[in-house]
Structures are given as structure tokens and as C-alpha cells.
Design a protein around this ligand. Structure first.
Ligand SMILES: Cc1cc2nc3c(=O)[nH]c(=O)nc-3n(C[C@H](O)[C@H](O)[C@H](O)COP(=O)(O)OP(=O)(O)OC[C@H]3O[C@@H](n4cnc5c(N)ncnc54)[C@H](O)[C@@H]3O)c2cc1C
Length: 484
């Protein structure tokens, strides 16, 4: 239920906050309010103030005051979430963590001590400079923050072999919705002292606490990498081949699938054909990583697999050649706007055993909906990006897209998969939460929320309250990451 805070209370609390923290931290100018009103979902609601702390303790001050007066607070990193989870849907204050962005690498222990606003790409570069590797790599890594990645449990192409953000968080510091400071874990990898609330915060979409600092685990940087592009007769054959690869105990660092529609989009955008003479074939792009010795055996196994299952394969002989193959993968998402001016980017998961059944069903959905639905994704962890493309000005397509999402969610749950593998629920997936979770499960999640946030001030209106996504006010903005 919306928090009923009056304009009078909100305005006077905002003035109190400005007196406590200063005008350089508490912003009410129109440009700041507008910029904090939306995220990549483009749903838009203006907050009353944007608070950008420059010191960790200021987070506690904000939350304590908000909790006292029942003011909604929406934590925010870079606003790259596609789910509306960073939109201040009930107004109030946006707590923007971007100014807290320090990174320190403990090269001996293989740990990164980072503040929530640090950019993921910067953490990776700092780790690499010390000979370490931070594997979680959402495509948004040059924009998104560690705090946002932790709140969404972000994944990426490396997920299958190395894991997702959760697998690299050793400890967290931050604030409860009441404004009290807490530390979940220490900079020791083992910690068995009490309930593990660190893991409860990871993936909680900023609804259970605000992360100020994190200790992240690093791994030694792999010495060598090798890239192979393979093409298949059709999508079902590609999925079947992937199962054979994992069944043969081969663990690629990256294993990306692009269906024939995604390949066609990328090829058109790049004005190239990746397998000359073989248009319109789905591909699997693989990267092996490890020591030269580890790679030698794995390469032979992968080449034997390619000869047995693929209709074509192309090995990158140099790093530049590998980069040109990865460019196909990077281009495909943006290039899909050739097929419609609006995209529903669904990030479902499908269990390995259901891959072929899902591929057949998805083709039927394309035919039935008469929509373009290019699909790509991370095969090693079953996380597929199903992109439902439509034209905003075409009412038939809008209705068909809405129905296609509903059918997709039902199907993945029936197959034993998940309605979200990495983007979360936010506002956009609230209509489907109860397909994934039983009433008892939803009650248990709500009980946790109520226990930690008794006044319901932290990122309210998300996850549990069913939101009418299609009717939401939207802004027409263009992000730098739209063009990547
Ligand atoms: C082009 C593009 C590519 C993407 N690729 C991927 C991908 O490959 N994998 C993937 O997983 N996601 C991907 N995403 C989604 C998005 O980038 C991730 O969810 C990312 O983790 C969001 O980080 P952010 O800093 O932008 O957080 P925001 O969008 O600002 O916030 C996201 C959520 O985290 C909460 N939050 C933010 N900071 C904190 C904090 N310090 N404490 C508590 N809560 C906080 C917010 O309240 C909100 O609920 C992509 C998005 C885009 C636009």
C-alpha cells in the first residue's frame, strides 16, 4: 500500500535533511529530480529530493529521518535496471550512491574492498592491474554499480563457469531501513556466526537494506583464452549440442547462444556474414579460459564436439579475430530495434533438460503472436534473453506482446525455470511473481520485509504489489548504453 506521507511532512523533513547534510548532498533542482525519476524501464515518477551522500554515515541519517516520518526512500546506483526497480514509484527521496565509489585491492588476500557506487568495469580494471580477476560481468558493466549489482544479484556471460555476483560477495556493510548500521560478515572468507543476512540482502532489490560497502572475492586472472564460433542447422540442434558439450564435462568460461534472428540482426548491423555461404543459422560462441596446459586438452575436446554437432566452426587465431567474433554478440541486442521500436527483454531461465522443448515452443509462439522474438543467452546457466519486439503505435502488436510475455512466463515456470535469472522483479515482473511462488513463499518473503522494514519505507511498491506496467507513465529518453 502507498505510504501516506503528507506534502507538509515531506517538505519539512526535506528541509531538516538539507540542514543536517547540506545543499551539496540534498538536491531538489528540477534536473536532478528528473534524472532520478526513471531507470532503463523508462517508467517515470519524480521524487521530492535526491540525496547523494559523500560519507557513509549520511546514509544512516537519511534512513533514520525517513523511518521516523514514513517517507519512501529508493536506493539508486546508475539506474540501468530494466525492471523499474530504481523508480521512486511512491515519490519521497532517492538515495543515490554514486559519490561513494572508492576501490581498494588487497592483492595478497585476493579481495576487493569497494564502496557501493563503484562502477563494475572499474573494479574489474583495478583487480586486473593487481593480477586478479573479478568475473561477474553484466553487459552494463561500464555503467552499473557494485551496489546495484549486489541488489539485483547481477549475472553475465561468465555465470556458467564462475557464478554470479552472489558467488563473489564475502561481506557487506550498510544500513537497515531504520537507519542502524550493520555489517554482514568480515573480510575472512569463512563466516558461520549467526544467520546469513548478507545473502538475504543480495538480490533483495534495495528493499531490505542499503549497501554502503562490499568485500568481493577475486580469482587469479586466467593466463590464456581461446574463442570458437560454431553454427547449427537450427535452434533445436544448437540446444541439443550444448547439452552434449556440458555432458562431456567441458566447462567453457563463456558459452553464448544466438538464434538465427539475432544473428541476422547483428549481421545486418555489421554489414557482414559471419559464415559466408551459410545465412540464417543459429550460433554458439565459446570461450575457454585457463592455463595453456588446461586449454590444450579442452580445445581438442571442443573441436571434436564441433565436428560432431555443428554445421560450421571458426576458430579465432588471434585476440583481434576473437574480438571481431565477440562483436557479433555485443551488436545483436541493440540491432534488434530493426524489428520493432519497442522491446520486452525477458531474462528467463530454462533447465538444461528442457532446452529442446523450449526451442520448439518458442518457434510456435513466434508464429502464433506474429511478432519477431529474437533470443540469445547464456547457455551454461540456462539464462536466455527472449526479446519480444513490437511497434508502439500498432495496437495489435502491443496486445500480442502483452499476451506473449504472459505465455512465456507460464511456460518457463511449467518447465521448472525462472521468470527472471538476473534482472529481478522490480515493477515490471510483479504481475508474474505469484506464478513462480506459492502463497506460502510470498508470505514468507513479505514477513522478512516487514521484520526488517516495519514502516515499509525502503523501495516501497515493488515486488509484491501488482503494478500495471502497460499503463505506467514513461519518459522518452535515450541512454548511452542503448547504442552499445
Ligand atoms: C544495456 C544493459 C545491459 C544489461 N546487462 C545485464 C547483464 O548482462 N546482466 C545483468 O544481470 N543485468 C544486466 N542489466 C541490468 C542492470 O544493469 C543490472 O540490474 C545492474 O545490476 C543495475 O545496477 P545499477 O547500478 O544501474 O542499479 P540501479 O538500476 O540504480 O538499481 C537497481 C536496483 O538496485 C537497488 N540498489 C542500487 N544500489 C543499491 C545499494 N547500494 N544498496 C541497496 N540497493 C541498491 C535499487 O533500489 C534498485 O532496486 C543490463 C541493463 C542494461 C541497460
Amino acid at each position: 500500500m502507498p505510504n501516506k506521507v503528507s506534502a507538509r511532512v515531506l517538505n519539512s523533513a526535506t528541509e531538516v535533511l538539507r540542514k543536517k547534510l547540506g545543499a551539496k548532498v540534498v538536491h531538489t533542482d528540477a534536473a536532478m529530480l528528473e534524472a532520478a525519476s526513471y531507470d532503463s524501464s523508462r517508467i517515470s515518477v519524480r521524487p521530492a529530493a535526491v540525496v547523494r551522500p559523500t560519507k557513509r554515515a549520511q546514509i544512516g541519517v537519511v534512513l533514520e529521518l525517513a523511518n521516523k516520518h514514513g517517507i519512501p526512500v529508493t536506493p539508486r546506483g546508475r539506474g540501468t535496471t530494466l525492471m523499474g526497480s530504481a523508480v521512486p514509484i511512491q515519490g519521497g527521496w532517492v538515495l543515490d550512491l554514486l559519490a561513494l565509489d572508492k576501490i581498494e585491492i588487497d592483492a595478497e588476500a585476493g579481495l576487493a574492498h569497494v564502496q557501493a557506487g563503484a562502477k563494475v568495469g572499474d573494479v574489474q580494471r583495478a583487480a586486473a592491474a593487481a593480477g586478479w580477476f573479478y568475473p561477474p560481468d553484466p553487459s552494463s558493466k561500464e555503467y552499473s554499480t557494485i551496489g546495484g549489482n549486489i541488489a539485483c544479484n547481477a549475472g553475465g556471460m561468465h555465470g556458467g563457469k564462475y557464478g554470479v555476483t552472489r558467488d563473489f560477495v564475502v561481506a557487506l556493510k550498510g544500513y537497515l531501513p531504520t537507519g542502524e548500521f550493520v555489517e554482514w560478515g568480515t573480510a575472512t572468507r569463512k563466516f558461520a556466526a549467526g544467520f546469513n543476512l548478507r545473502d538475504l540482502w543480495i538480490g533483495s532489490e534495495g528493499m531490505l537494506g542499503v549497501v554502503s560497502d562490499a568485500v568481493l572475492r577475486l580469482i587469479p586472472a586466467p593466463a590464456a583464452r581461446w574463442t570458437l564460433l560454431t553454427s547449427f542447422a537450427d535452434e533445436v540442434s544448437a540446444f541439443r549440442a550444448a547439452r552434449a558439450l556440458f555432458g562431456a564435462r567441458v566447462q567453457p568460461a563463456i558459452c553464448e547462444f544466438l538464434d538465427r534472428y539475432s544473428v541476422e540482426c547483428a549481421e545486418r548491423a555489421m554489414r557482414t556474414t559471419i559464415f559466408p555461404g551459410q545465412p540464417g543459422k543459429p550460433v554458439i560462441l565459446l570461450e575457454l579460459a585457463g592455463s595453456e596446459a588446461e586449454l590444450a586438452d579442452a580445445k581438442q575436446a571442443v573441436l571434436a564436439w564441433a565436428r560432431a554437432h555443428a554445421v560450421g566452426h571458426r576458430e579465432a587465431k588471434t585476440r583481434e579475430e576473437a574480438e571481431s567474433l565477440w562483436a557479433v554478440r555485443r551488436k545483436c541486442s541493440g540491432a534488434m530495434f530493426q524489428m520493432g521500436d519497442a522491446k520486452l527483454n525477458e531474462d528467463i531461465t530454462v533447465p538444461l533438460g528442457a532446452y529442446e522443448e523450449f526451442a520448439v515452443w518458442l518457434e510456435q509462439l513466434r508464429v502464433k503472436s506474429r511478432l519477431a522474438i529474437p533470443t540469445f543467452g547464456h547457455l551454461a546457466d540456462g539464462n536466455l534473453h527472449v526479446n519480444i519486439m513490437y511497434h508502439k503505435a500498432a495496437p495489435r502488436e502491443c496486445r500480442a506482446a502483452e499476451r506473449a510475455v504472459l505465455a512465456l512466463m507460464k511456460k518457463v515456470v511449467a518447465l521448472g525455470g525462472a521468470i527472471s535469472g538476473e534482472h529481478g522483479i522490480g515493477l515490471a515482473k510483479t504481475p508474474f511473481l505469484r506464478m513462480q511462488h506459492s502463497p506460502a513463499q510470498v508470505r514468507a518473503m513479505r514477513a522478512v520485509k516487514d521484520a526488517l522494514d516495519p514502516r515499509g519505507i525502503l523501495n516501497p511498491g515493488k515486488m509484491f504489489d501488482v503494478f500495471e506496467v502497460w499503463k505506467a507513465p514513461r519518459v522518452a529518453v535515450s541512454f548511452p548504453w542503448d547504442h552499445k
